[in-house]
Design a protein around this ligand. Structure first.
Ligand code: UD1
Ligand code: CA
Length: 460
């Protein structure tokens, strides 16, 4: 039997109090709707239909290919939103899974079970429910024994009905055959004057058809995001799931509550992640590394046995046995080769630091290629920008750059050369040579003593 999926994402999300449509707010670094899409793609459905409306252009942009987008011009309610998908399902036979674009926590296995339940029971609808400690805001499930009679929205519920803490997840599996016939009978005779999808349950019962419920084992799976508070809760739950999975794979997290790992992060075993580490986007970390405390890695590849502390790295590659920090900033295109060291207060951009080379203190390295076994003295920088264009610095193997050298690019320091501390190097330095550029030192004997005495005589 085939499967079609309808994702409802036309609403504004008023309760978020935002100019950004709700489904585009992020949890764990990704738009809420992208989590839902990833989840349903795992079910390999024949069709995915996304109902958009409020700021549709922005929402469409994050959907990517492989989905059919339909527009609900006016957001008249969830029931009305599903009706918009009718045309796209005209010649379709099979199950229709309907979910909200604002509920990113459901698991694939749970959806699979819900679909199987509908198929097994031949019900017109199988819906996922959960028992919540605090059911506020959710539709309540009204039962007669095992049977689900109807769903009542919080705003329409009596005080007694509100006490009921079994709630509607907003996730349903329908049989496409009669779905739209039933839907067309839904009216907007309620508190919000909306066409509620939830009213379909009562209609199904009235038509002597079956509505079956499946209680979620883990109630966090049904959490919908309507407010910033729920957004933060969802973020925490997804983050924990990711970290616990990595722990099972052999990674140590000193404090999972204080570590932030995105869903596209891969880490190999025996790596230790210290608190206040943020791993965002596509990050790959090899075996035996020590990352953190206070490290932010964005779209970065890290080799084996690398140590990084108190550092921000974006769009870069760090090779095996390198060590970085504390307090480095590596911007787009840094490549730190095997065994290299980048130390305190160093910024690197679009540059290569060669095997076993060191940039230990207070440097800026931009648009440079540094060879193997090079030492860059404290405070040295590449002057790569003349105010109009960027220029390249090349430092070949075994070079020693004296402290506080200004390398005015374009410039090349050839193999085995040295620069004297405090030099402004403006032209290429030949191999194995010393380049020194500073005015000669003057010594005025006894001057300091004379000055101190003069000050003392004046009384300070
Ligand atoms: C809905 C359910 C509620 C359930 C809860 C679970 C209804 C009437 N209520 O309430 O029983 O407990 O989800 O999270 O269905 N949308 C549209 N077009 C519309 C209205 C909404 O596409 O006209 C979309 C929204 O963008 C959202 C989803 O449908 O992604 C759910 O709408 P929302 O307003 O969040 O419903 P809830 O009040 O959470
Ligand atoms: Ca919702």
């Amino acid at each position: 039997m085939s499967l079609a999926v309808v994702i409802l994402a036309a609403g504004e999300g008023t309760r978020m109090k935002s100019s950004v449509p709700k489904v585009l707010h992020k949890v764990c670094g990704k738009p809420i709707i992208s989590h839902v899409l990833k989840l349903v793609c795992g079910l390999e459905p024949a069709k995915i239909i996304v109902v958009v409306g409020h700021q549709r252009d922005k929402v469409e942009k994050v959907l990517g290919g492989g989905v059919e987008v339909v527009e609900q011009e006016k957001q008249l309610g969830t029931g009305h939103a599903v009706l918009i998908a009718e045309k796209s399902l005209k010649d379709y036979r099979g199950d229709v899974l309907v979910l909200s674009g604002d509920s990113p926590l459901t698991r694939g296995e749970t959806l699979q079970k819900l679909i199987e339940l509908r198929r097994r029971t031949g019900a017109a609808v199988a819906l996922l429910t959960a028992v919540l400690k605090n059911p506020t805001g959710y539709g309540r499930i009204i039962r007669d024994g095992d049977k689900i009679i109807r769903i009542v929205e919080e705003k329409d519920a009596t005080a007694k009905e509100r006490e009921n803490n079994e709630v509607n997840s907003g996730i349903y599996c329908f049989d496409n055959d009669e779905l739209f016939d039933f839907l067309k009978r839904v009216t907007n005779d309620n508190e919000q004057k909306e066409f509620y999808l939830t009213d379909i349950v009562q209609i199904i019962r009235e038509k002597q058809k079956k509505a079956v419920g499946m209680l979620a084992e883990d109630e966090t799976e049904i959490l919908g995001i309507n407010s910033r508070k729920q957004q933060a809760e969802a973020d925490k739950i997804i983050r924990k799931r990711i970290i616990y999975r990595l722990m099972d794979e052999g990674i140590t997290f000193i404090d999972p509550d204080l570590t932030f790992v995105g869903s596209d992060v891969r880490i190999e075993r025996d790596t230790i992640v210290h608190p206040l580490t943020f791993l965002e986007g596509e990050v790959l970390i090899g075996e035996g590394c020590e990352i953190g405390p206070s490290v932010r890695l964005v779209n970065t590849i890290v080799g084996k046995n690398v140590k990084i502390q108190n550092t921000v790295i974006k769009d870069s590659v760090i090779e095996d046995d390198a060590s970085l920090g504390p307090f480095c900033s590596l911007r787009k295109g840094a490549n730190i080769k095997k065994g290299a060291k980048v130390g305190t207060f160093v910024e690197i951009k679009k540059s290569e630091v060669g095997v076993d080379s060191k940039v230990p203190h207070l440097s800026y390295i931009g648009d440079a290629v540094i060879g193997e076994n090079v030492n860059i003295g404290a405070g040295s920088i590449t002057c790569n920008y003349d105010g109009i264009e960027k220029h390249k610095t090349v430092i070949e193997d075994d070079v020693f750059i004296g402290s506080d050298t200004m390398l005015v690019a374009p410039v090349k320091i050839k193999k085995g050369a040295m620069t004297g501390a405090g030099s402004a190097i403006t032209s290429d330095v030949p191999a194995e040579s010393l380049a020194i550029e500073r005015s000669e030192q003057k010594v005025i004997k006894g001057y300091a003593k004379k000055l101190r005495k003069a000050k003392k005589d004046k009384g300070n």
